[in-house]
Design a protein around this ligand. Structure first.
Ligand SMILES: C[S@@+](CC[C@H](N)C(=O)[O-])C[C@H]1O[C@@H](n2cnc3c(N)ncnc32)[C@H](O)[C@@H]1O
Length: 230
């Protein structure tokens, strides 16, 4: 199963498993003062960012490769939804014909095949940005308990790329989400769409992890990259 189908599969239940993603969106929006009119949202999902926007915009373009998510996204004549993979160069080449006055991406670019290439493409759009990217610090203790290394980039790796491509602020935030039981923790990972689906544990190893995980919370680490308020 690839990442896209995991997000789709859980799209309907996504509303109750997106606590951290909603906190991330709230924080991203704090860095936007300009009330942009033409907005691009890369990895828009079911529209949480759009739903949190409280100003009048002219045009909103959301990009996502999970059909199930796009089906849940709010629709209107001002909203264009592109069902496509943000790893494709054609997407950004086509975007050059639109002129966006803000580019958002919330909790999605950790799945970029090549983050550096996407950063260079976003830079080419010449618009202010607010990006939130989950880092390797996410699920840190689970990964340590299972002796696996994260498939995500570290905060430092993301920072290096940010410095190369954007004159922007860089901030790392850590979040903890508490659960009643270890079983609930694993259910959350499966359903939140944060884990991706590159399975590294077999059934027996997963059982062992369920038994050995010492915490009653999950850790999330998110890198925020945002253009300074003017
Ligand atoms: C954790 S969800 C976040 C959704 C939304 N931005 C939010 O904050 O609620 C990540 C989204 O990125 C999308 N995504 C992941 N990889 C993608 C890719 N290569 N191309 C397009 N969308 C992608 C997924 O389908 C999913 O909707």
């Amino acid at each position: 199963m690839n990442i896209s189908s995991e997000f789709s599969k859980h799209a309907l239940e996504y509303g109750s498993y997106n606590i951290i993603q909603n906190i991330v969106i709230e924080k991203l929006l704090l860095h936007v003062e300009s009330k942009p009119k033409k907005i691009l949202d890369i990895g828009c999902g079911s529209g949480a960012l759009l739903s949190a926007i409280d100003w009048d915009y002219e045009f909103f373009c959301g990009v996502d490769f999970a059909k199930g998510m796009l089906e849940l996204h709010p629709k209107s004549p001002k909203i264009e939804l592109l069902y496509t993979d943000f790893n494709k160069d054609e997407l950004f080449d086509n975007m050059l014909t639109c002129s966006f006055d803000f580019v958002f991406s919330a909790s999605a670019l950790q799945w970029a095949d090549d983050l550096e290439r996407i950063f260079s493409k976003i830079k080419g759009l010449k618009a202010p940005i607010a990006l939130a990217i989950f880092t390797a610090g996410t699920f840190k203790s689970i990964n340590e308990t299972a002796s696996i290394s994260s498939i995500l980039k570290s905060a430092n790796e993301i920072k290096e790329l940010q410095e190369k491509y954007f004159d922007a602020n860089f901030e790392v935030q850590n979040y903890k989400l508490e659960f009643e039981s270890t079983r609930d923790i694993f259910k959350y990972i499966k359903k939140s769409g944060v884990s991706g689906s590159r399975k590294v544990l077999n059934y027996k190893e997963s059982k062992k992890l369920l038994r050995d995980y010492p915490l009653n919370y999950l850790e999330f680490e998110v890198a925020f990259i945002y253009t300074s308020k003017r």
